[in-house]
Structure formats: C-alpha cells, structure tokens
Design a protein around this ligand. Structure first.
Ligand code: ADP
Ligand code: MG
Ligand code: MG
Length: 883
C-alpha cells in the first residue's frame, strides 16, 4: 500500500481535505503547494503508518523503505543536491503532524543530513562557514534532545562557556571557528551521555527522527494532551520530511510566525513576529525578543525594533498577498509560519488559527459581513463552551492596582491567585481548591497540566506567539507573557521586580488584556454583552427552534437569566426559598408538627413569604413562562440538627424539647433520596402543596392586576411515578386555584405538569400525559435512578469508569443519550401520542451542555432550561443543533 505522499516541486499528491491521512500540517502543506505558493518540497508519511507501527510491535511495513527512498530521490532531483553528499548535501526537516495540532508531540528536527563531512561541504558550497556550522550545531542539539533524549542544559552550558570565554553576548557573535569548537564539545557531551558517538550516517539520522515522531505519539505529554482534548489514540500522527530553507544565512534572511487577523482581538489586521538571521523555533522559544511584522503592530506594542514592513518591504508585501490568498481560500483566519532565505519567501505551515473567544466572535461576524461565509456558518464556528470566557469578569477599572510589572497581553481575562513556580505545584494547589497563577520564565509542553490547573499564566520571556501565549489562548486562561523585568528564580521559589520580591504563595493579579501584573487581589466586574456577541447571538436566535429557559429562583438569578436572554424559567425550586433564616423556623415547625392543624399553623406563616417570592419572580419575568416546582427534597434537609435549633423550634411551638427531639429521630430515613420526598410529601401532607399553589395563584393574580400582563404559571409536581398520584395532587392544585379566584376575582390561567425523573414515569408517560399538560425531564434524578448511582457518591469510582472506557463521559455532565436518552425518547413518544401539543422541557444540568442540547433537538423538545450563566451557551448550542 501507499504510505508516502509527496508535495511541492510540481508533484503534490495531497489536499487539505486529506487531514485524516496526512495530518493537519501535511495536508495543508500540500494544499499550499496546490495553490501555487512557495512551499519547499517534501513528503508526508501517513497516519496509517503510525497505526501500523503500533499494531505491529513498533515496526514498519517492508515496502516503506523503498517508498521513502524514492521520495528522497525526488527531493534530490528537485533541489539538485544529494542526501549525505559531502560536496552538495541535501538537508531536510522532520516534522510531526497529527490531525489536530498537538503540542505534546515530538519537536521538529531541522537541518537533518548534516555531519562532519556534509557540514564542511555546506560551508564550502555556500561560502559561509558561520551559517553552515551554526546549522550543524543546531542540528546536533535538536537531534540529540528530541531523538536521543539528551537534555538541553548540556548544550546550553557549553555554549554559555564559549560565549563567556570570548566575551560574546549574542549567538550571532560567534564565528565559523567558534561554532566548530562548540560542535566538538557538543559531540563529546553526546558521547559522554549516550556512550556512543553522535550519528554521522544520514540514513540513521533520518530513520531515527521518523521513529521518534511515531514513538512520541505514545509519550506521556501527548497522552495527557489527548485526554484533555478528547483526541482518540487511534488517530495517529503523520511525519513530514521537507527540504530545508534557511533563515539563518545572513541579514537578508528571517523566520517568523503570523496570524492573518489579530488572534487576541479578532481585528482584521496582519499580526505577527519575526527574527532576522534566525532559524525555526527561535521566534517561539523566546531566546531573542522578536520583532513585529507591521509598523502598526510595532507601535501598538511599543517596540523600538524595526518592523518587517520596514526592513524587507518587498518580501513583506509578498507575504501579505499570501495572507489574503490563504484567508480567501480557507475562509478563516490562518496561523502561518514562514522563512525568508536571501530575500525569497517560503511558506512552511498554515492552519486555522487559535483565537480567544472574543476574537472568534469578531472574526466570525466580520467574515459573515464581508460575505466570505454565511451567517449559519458564522454560528456554526463558535464553540458554545467558549462563550463562558466572555461572561467572565474583567478588572474593575476603578479599583486600586499596584502594578509591579508589564508584559504582553497574551490571553485576555483577569485572574488572581497564589503564585506558584512549577506546573506540578499548580496542579496540586488547584486540586485543593486554590486559585493559582503559574509563573514561569517560559513554558513548554511539559507544563500543560499546570497551565490547565492555573487561573492565569505569567512568563518573563517570550512573545505573543510563545508557547505560553498560544496554549493559554486555546485553554481560555488569562496570560501575560514576556514580562521582561521579572527575575524568576526557581531555586529559591521567588521572583523580584525592581526591588519588589514576590514569594511562592503571595497573591498576584494578572490582566491578560493589558499585560499588567499587580500585587494582591484586584476586584473584578462583569462584562458587557453587546457588540459582536449580541450580533452573533441574534443570528443564533434566528436559527434555533427550541426555546431556552433558566433554572432560577432568586430575583438575582432571574435577572441574570433575562440579561443573558432566557425566555422563561424552566425550574424554580421552591425549597430554596425556605432556607432563609426568617423562614427556616416556620419550615421546621411545619415538618415537626404532629398533626394537620399544627402544620397548617406553620404553613400560614410561610404563605406570605412564598407569595412575595412569586410576585417578584413573575414581575421580573414579565409575562414569560415560569415553571414552579412544588416542594421536592427529603424532609431531613430541613430538620434541626443542633440542640440549639431543636430548643428554638420547641420554644416557638410551645412543645417540650424532648418531643421535638423524638420527632426528629422519628423522621430520620435510611435513604432519604429514595424516601419521603417529592410528591410523596404532597400525598402525605396535601396542605403543603395547597399552600404553595395558593401562593402561586395569588401572586399571579396580583401581578396581573398591577402590571396588566397575564402570568401563566406552570405548576410542576416532582417525582411522580403514577397517574393516580398526579390526579390526587392536581385536584389539590385546582382547588387552590378556585379558592384564589373566589378571593380575588381573577381567573388565573395555569398549566399543571410533572417532572419525568423516575424510569417508571418515563415508561408510563402515556398514562400520565392524560392528566399532565407538560413534562420536564429532570435528568439529574433520571440519571441517578436509571443508572442506579448516586451523584454524591459517584466521584470515587466514575473517573475509573471513564479511564477504562466503560462510560465515555460523566453522565451527570453530558446526558447518557443511549441509556437515559432512550427513556426520554420513550416518554416523549408516549406522551405525545396521548397529548400531541404537550410541552416538553429538560431542567437537569444537561440543559446547559451542548452535546445534550443537540440530543434534545433531535427528540424535539420544546425548550431546554439551564443555569443562568449557561443560557448564552444553550442558545448557541440550540442553534447549532438546528442547523
Ligand atoms: P511545530 O508543529 O512545533 O510548529 P514545525 O514542524 O512547524 O513545528 O516546525 C517549527 C519551525 O521549524 C517552523 O515554524 C519553521 O520555522 C521551522 N522549519 C520546519 N521545517 C523547516 C524547513 N523545511 N525549512 C526551514 N525551516 C523549517
Ligand atoms: Mg509549526
Ligand atoms: Mg429531582
């Protein structure tokens, strides 16, 4: 079979849509070559080979060697050079490239094909010994590190010593002879570390690098990254072997990375960084401070280094044309990598660029307005979960801030937390519930887990495209990079900035939108929800079929929900209104009462409070539907648990404290979640539901009178298992409505419905729908009762279930669509058969989870209901589900 695909030099075999086979990098290199862009020729070894490699005890199919040799021969012909030839050597890079970009993978090896003989040949042929030996020393270090696992510091120490001996400050100060001396020491260090010399055989080098890429697919970093990003292990990575072009041949050479639009703000402006006379990863590694591409970028970032636009205007213009061409072709913002060799531009990579949530919105809205994509596509492109970041706080502009340093605004958002200096510490402290700011000189892929755990990331080195910046933007963490005044000392776990010392555990605030670093915790404020956000949400609202409601009971939650665009309340949990210190005593009196008369006395005290709650809720929701669930939780949640509480109840009711204690013990249940709760309370003590229903209708009547706006409450009975239960309780509710009508003269329209949260209710939904006017799937309880596992106890074993792949996801976060989902489908079908216009909603946590929302759309629910902060996410997810 075919394992190798060529690109460039007029023989491109791949395309952008072949990412699964060629990986993202390989497919896009092929696509750029097809577009006629200057791509150094090369070839891609497919991801299928990676799969073969692991399925066959880390070995290759026999035909691979011949295919690679043929591909190399093609490159030799295209470049008029020979791999391993001491007179005219061909050099290549070996680059990994999975389907999705993966920072955990093997780093690229540049300048492969150099050895003592070919380096001398390159020096002679190029007439530039400095360049040739600079390339060779880079190769020895990279190859030794990446393929042979020799740590960087061995090489750094050697280079530092040489520089100190010669009083050099910059790497570019070293001459050809200096580099040759460094190379001798490098080779000695490698031989000392490995017990064998650095490989001189270029075939051995090539196969070593290829093997290292495939091997890195299963290294710990890559595995962690895949887990964090839900990338399946069987995707595999591809390997790209590409002819080298050189950005380190002098001052007419450069290397850089760029975004076709600003990845932080989304502004339609070319944005990037480059370095003159440099190679590959120098830009992202933070070794030298990179320069800006454009004059505007230079001014905005207060840099005094000249922009590429000024230094090499012709190549810059060419690059800008490539930028426009790529955007038009890919119809999205691109992240590109390029190298300039002696004033000639080469494209080395393009991919859809990572961006902040605000930038994603702006870019999608702008592209739609520019006519590059349509509105549906704009809506499709925004990850609903990313909206979360926009709803997060920013620094209060009026708050005092003690700015101690300034870096680059690498990833927006404000974050405060305790300072830690290692990724492991970040993870440990975050595990204990602490907010932490991870402070590093620079970050590397080994730090990913700590970056994920941290609220914010601060580095003293590196630009806007440094590892820290790119990863933080992807994860939605606040990040300030390249705060050059910070002196970070890992050994003493301290950093200092102009006389101010910051120790591990001290509190810092960083603002990833301005680059400011502040001492202490600075207060934050909520963001505005206008502009691009409002535009895109408007488009989404035009697309979606399902309504979006919120779960809310307090006035604050209800207002937040409306601000975020909720179209009603899908779940108002009345018991949450009972915990107020003013009320809890009356609630306890009610529960502990030994007869109906006692309960009624206590309920009479509660009724005005309940009515007031509902008046507030109805007023805020201004005519939008409000679903109110009657009392649901097990009574034990309200029981007095201290002697003091019991004494208080006894005093209030004029009973003996001993009797109160006795009754408390009597009410104890072995398994309260399956005990006397939900509508079972209503069956035992109908006066409770009667009071609640009366409060609801009286409030509706009052609001209707004062505002002139009809309120149509939806009264919801929890935990139903039979139609009979429902009928008994519906009669109680109907009686309350009659009573309110008689008292106020107002006829309140209302619906009576039920939660479907017990499998039996789902199965008997047809019968229940004869009486119930709506269903709301209470998927939290439905998940617990269907899987027979308690949400409160599952934490100790669910992770293992996920690790072993028994359950793909936490069923409390994302609906178990095949199991619990089937019950929802059954209930929907049976309910609709009996009552075709039945209102159907979902009010568990799942109502705010995009995957679960997509399931709800498939089933055809009327609405989803979720926590107020997730309303925008649900609106967008519902639109995407409808597309
Ligand atoms: P990553 O996936 O980490 O970005 P790449 O494979 O893109 O790694 O390589 C990193 C950098 O190495 C590139 O941005 C480019 O500057 C340099 N590079 C890779 N291949 C070549 C090449 N053939 N010629 C010159 N530079 C190269
Ligand atoms: Mg790259
Ligand atoms: Mg429930």
């Amino acid at each position: 079979s075919k394992w190798v695909y060529s690109f460039g030099a007029g023989a491109t075999e791949g395309r952008a849509d072949m990412k699964n086979l060629l990986g993202g990098k390989g497919a896009n290199l092929a696509e750029m070559a097809n577009l006629g862009l200057p791509v150094p020729p090369g070839f891609t070894i497919t991801t299928e080979l990676c799969t073969y490699f692991y399925a066959n005890g880390r070995s290759y199919p026999p035909e691979l060697t011949a295919q690679v040799n043929a591909a190399i021969a093609r490159l030799e012909q295209a470049m008029d050079a020979k791999f391993g030839d001491p007179v005219n050597p061909l050099l290549v890079s070996v680059r990994s490239g999975a389907r999705a970009s993966m920072p955990g993978m093997m780093d690229t090896v540049l300048n492969l094909g150099l050895n003592d003989a070919t380096a001398a040949g390159l020096a002679k042929r190029s007439g530039d010994g400095r360049f040739a030996y600079d390339s060779y020393r880079r190769f020895i270090q990279m190859y030794s590190n990446v393929v042979l696992d020799v740590e960087h510091h061995h090489f750094e120490d050697i280079l530092d010593n040489h520089k100190r001996d010669k009083s050099y400050t910059l790497d570019t100060d070293l001459s050809a002879e200096d580099w040759q001396a460094v190379i001798e020491d490098y080779k000695k260090a490698v031989e000392r570390e490995l017990g064998k010399p650095f490989p001189q055989d270029v075939q051995e080098q090539l196969w070593g690098a290829i093997g290292a890429v495939f091997g890195s697919w299963m290294n710990a970093r890559a595995i962690t990254y895949r887990k964090l990003h839900d990338i399946p292990a069987d995707w595999g990575t591809a390997v790209n072997v590409q002819c080298m072009v050189f950005g380190n041949m002098g001052n007419d050479c450069a290397t850089g990375v760029a975004f076709t639009r600003n990845p932080s703000t989304g502004e339609n402006a070319f944005y990037g960084e480059y370095l003159v006379n440099a190679q590959g990863e120098d830009v992202v590694a933070g070794i030298r401070t990179p320069q800006h591409l454009t004059v505007a970028g230079k001014i905005a970032n207060k840099s005094d280094l000249p922009a590429m636009e000024e230094v090499m205007p012709e190549v810059f213009n060419q690059l800008n044309e490539v930028r426009l061409k790529l955007e038009k072709h890919y119809r999205d913002m691109q992240d590109i990598e390029f190298t300039v060799q002696q004033n000639k531009l080469f494209m080395l990579q393009t991919r859809n660029g990572k961006r902040t949530a605000p930038a994603a919105l702006k870019i999608a809205v702008d592209l739609a307005n520019e006519g590059v994509i349509d509105r549906n596509e704009a809506v499709r492109r925004i990850d609903p979960a990313s909206l979360d970041q926009l709803l997060h706080p920013t620094l209060d502009p009026k708050a005092d801030r003690k700015i101690i340093a300034k870096g680059l605004p690498a990833s927006p958002g404000a974050a405060s937390g305790k300072v830690v200096f290692t990724a492991d510490e970040a993870e440990q402290m975050a595990g204990k519930g602490e907010s932490v700011i991870l402070c590093r000189i620079e970050t590397s892929p080994e730090d990913i887990h700590g970056m994920h755990a941290a609220r914010g990331i601060l580095t003293s080195r590196g630009g806007m495209t440094s590892h820290a910046a790119v990863v933080a933007r992807g994860m939605g963490r606040a990040c300030v990079s390249g705060a050059g005044d910070l002196r970070i000392d890992y050994k003493t776990k301290q950093m200092s900035v102009r006389g101010v010392a910051v120790k591990e555990g001290d509190i810092l605030t960083i603002d990833g939108s301005t680059g400011e670093v502040m001492l202490g915790e600075v207060p934050t404020i909520q963001p505005e929800l206008s502009g691009d956000f409002a535009t895109l949400m408007g488009w989404a609202d035009g697309i979606r079929r399902m309504k979006v409601r919120a779960n809310a009971e307090t006035p604050l939650d209800a207002r937040t929900a409306r601000k975020f665009g909720a179209e009603g309340i899908g779940l108002s949990r009345t018991e949450h209104m009972f915990f107020d210190p003013e009320r809890i005593l009356a609630v306890r009196e009610m529960i502990l009462a030994e007869d109906e008369a006692g309960r009624r006395k206590a309920l009479a005290k509660l009724e005005p409070f309940q009515k007031k709650d509902f008046v507030e809720l109805f007023t805020i929701m201004a005519g939008l539907p409000v679903t109110i669930r009657l009392l649901d939780p097990p009574l034990h949640e309200f029981l007095p648990n201290t002697e003091e509480d019991m004494a208080e109840v006894a005093a209030a009711t004029g009973t003996d404290p001993l009797r109160v204690r006795h009754r408390t013990i009597q009410l104890h249940e072995a398994n309260p979640m399956l005990g006397h709760r939900g509508c079972r309370l209503g069956i035992s003590y109908p006066e409770i539901y009667e009071m609640q229903a009366r409060a609801i209708f009286a409030a509706a009547a009052e609001v209707a009178k004062t505002t002139g706006e009809a309120v149509i409450p939806e009264v919801m009975i929890p935990l139903i298992i039979t139609k009979k239960e429902f009928d008994i309780l519906k009669a109680v509710i109907d009686r309350a409505a009659e009573q309110v009508k008689a008292e106020t003269g107002v006829t309140v329209e209302y619906l009576t419905g039920t939660m479907i949260e017990i499998p039996r209710a789902a199965l008997k939904a047809g019968e229940i729908a004869e009486s119930a006017e709506f269903f709301s799937y209470g998927t939290n309880d439905l998940t617990q009762t269907t899987l027979g596992l308690s949400r409160d106890d599952a934490g100790s074993f669910l992770p293992e279930y996920q690790r072993q792949g028994i359950l793909e996801q936490d069923p409390f976060q994302s609906l178990d669509v095949t199991g619990v989902g089937e019950l929802v489908e059954i209930a929907t079908e049976r309910g609709r058969k009996v009552r075709p216009d039945i209102k159907l909603g979902i009010c568990g946590e799942h109502g705010g989870d995009p995957a679960s929302i997509s399931f709800c759309e498939k089933v055809g629910l009327t609405y989803v209901s979720c926590s107020p902060y997730r309303v925008p996410i649900a609106r967008l997810a519902a639109a995407q589900a409808a597309l």
